[in-house]
Write a new protein. Structure first.
Length: 111
């Protein structure tokens, strides 16, 4: 990733959801994971748009599963976070932690 190509908050949430879901990470479970943790409605289309951006940045990779009759013979597209993606999540976590530290407005409140 380029030095100035920062992760957006939604992209970070998508990466974290993919990491949590492991081998079962595809659109619907990713959106549900983010919804359950954030309390916000998340459209599957917005998840797939973010996944495409993340794949373009080489932070996730994808593969197709086997076609299923339940999906009209279509295959699910599964995602995993790449090594570069894990490093970027860690870098973002460190940066955000440093920015949050020492802010009197946030003392005693979860960041």
């Amino acid at each position: 990733m380029r030095q100035r190509d920062y992760l957006g908050s939604f992209e970070l949430m998508v990466l974290l959801a993919v990491l949590r879901l492991g081998d079962d990470a595809y659109g619907v479970p990713i959106s549900r994971e983010i919804e359950s943790d954030s309390g916000r409605d998340v459209s599957v289309a917005s998840v797939y748009a973010a996944l495409q951006r993340l794949e373009d940045k080489a932070l996730v990779s994808s593969r197709f599963g086997d076609p299923t009759p339940a999906r009209g013979g279509r295959a699910k597209k599964y995602f995993r976070v790449t090594t570069q993606g894990v490093r970027e999540v860690q870098r973002t976590q460190r940066s955000l932690t440093r920015l949050w530290q020492g802010l009197p407005q946030l003392k005693g409140k979860p960041a």
